[in-house]
Design a protein around this ligand. Structure first.
Ligand SMILES: [Zn+2]
Length: 275
C-alpha cells in the first residue's frame, strides 16, 4: 500500500507526488482511521504473543483477548538482527524473537494475572524445553524468562499470518557479501566446556565481567564466580585471574562487609593524679 511513497524516499529518485502517490497517501490515511484498529492493552485480559525469526529479522505481535473471545492485535514489533545475532543457530534466532518481544512488552506481560501464550513457528524451539548446557547468552535469556508466566505453543509457519509479513521488510535486508562476517564455526551449545585458552587476556576479562559484574551475576565471591564460569568455560590460570579481578572489583570493595571480627573501641588510659 505504501510502496509508491516508499519509492520516493529511495536514493537518486526525483521527488514527484503524482496521482499514484496521492492515492497511496489517501489509502493509508483511511486505513489508519478505520476499524479494525489496534486494541487497548487491558491488563485484566489474557495476552497472546506471536513471534517469528528469519535470516535478518525477528518480529512479533501481541494480542489481547476481547470480550467476544477473539484475540486482536495490540502492537507490533520488528527488530533487525545485529551481525553476531545473524550467525545464531535457528533455535537461538527463534528464542531471540521471544526475548525481544518480551522485552518490548514486559510492562504488559509481567503485570497480567493470566499465563500468556507464546506462539512460535519453529519446532526447534522445543530444544530449550529439554535440559541443555546453555551458552552465555542463553543463560541470560533463561534468567530473563523466569520473570514471566507463559506457555509455549508451536505452530507451523503457514498458520502464522500476523507476524510473518514484517519479516519481509526490504530495509532490513543486508547483501549476502556481509553474510559471512563474524561466522561462528563451532556451535557453543554442542560443546560441554569451551576451552578459551587461546583467547587474549582482555577476552578472559570480559568473560569474568559477565559472570561477576552484571546485575544478574550480582558480584559473587571468588568461589561462586569461578563455579559459574566453570560451567561453560575453561582456560589456564582462570582461578588466579578471577581471584585478582574480584579482589580489585571497585563495587565489591565499596559495598561488601568484612567478615572479620571488628576490633574493640579505643579506651583512653586514666590520667594519673600525681607523679
Ligand atoms: Zn564485584
Amino acid at each position: 500500500m505504501a510502496r509508491p511513497l516508499m519509492d520516493l524516499t529511495c536514493k537518486d529518485v526525483v521527488f514527484h507526488f503524482g496521482d499514484k502517490e496521492c492515492a497511496a497517501f489517501e489509502a493509508l490515511k483511511a486505513a489508519f482511521t478505520c476499524a479494525p484498529v489496534l486494541q487497548y492493552p487491558d491488563q485484566d485480559r489474557k495476552f497472546r504473543l506471536k513471534t517469528d525469526a528469519s535470516k535478518f529479522t525477528v518480529r512479533g505481535v501481541i494480542s489481547v483477548k476481547c470480550e467476544d473471545g477473539e484475540f486482536r492485535p495490540v502492537a507490533y514489533m520488528s527488530h533487525s538482527m545485529t551481525l553476531p545475532e545473524r550467525n545464531y543457530p535457528i533455535h537461538d534466532k527463534e528464542m531471540l524473537a521471544i526475548i525481544k518481544a518480551t522485552e518490548a512488552w514486559r510492562h504488559y506481560l509481567e503485570a497480567t494475572p493470566y499465563a500468556f501464550e507464546i506462539y512460535t513457528d519453529h519446532h526447534n524451539l522445543t530444544y530449550f524445553t529439554k535440559s541443555q548446557n546453555l551458552s552465555k547468552h542463553q543463560a541470560r535469556w533463561q534468567m530473563w524468562m523466569t520473570r514471566f508466566n507463559y506457555s509455549l505453543i508451536y505452530k507451523k509457519g503457514t498458520q502464522m499470518h500476523v507476524a510473518d509479513p514484517l519479516s519481509r521488510r526490504s530495509d532490513y535486508y543486508v547483501s549476502s557479501s556481509e553474510d559471512n562476517k563474524d561466522q561462528t564455526l563451532l556451535n557453543p551449545v554442542s560443546i560441554k566446556l569451551i576451552d578459551v585458552t587461546d583467547q587474549t587476556y582482555e577476552e578472559h576479562q570480559s568473560l569474568i565481567t559477565d559472570f561477576h559484574d552484571t546485575p544478574v551475576a550480582g558480584h559473587k565471591g571468588v568461589k561462586a564466580t569461578f563455579n559459574a564460569l566453570r560451567k561453560h568455560y575453561t582456560w589456564k590460570g582462570m582461578k588466579e585471574q578471577i581471584q585478582t579481578d574480584v579482589k580489585h572489583c571497585q563495587k565489591c570493595q565499596q559495598s561488601k562487609v568484612s567478615n572479620q571480627k571488628t576490633s574493640g573501641s579505643l579506651l583512653p588510659l586514666p590520667v594519673p593524679k600525681g607523679p
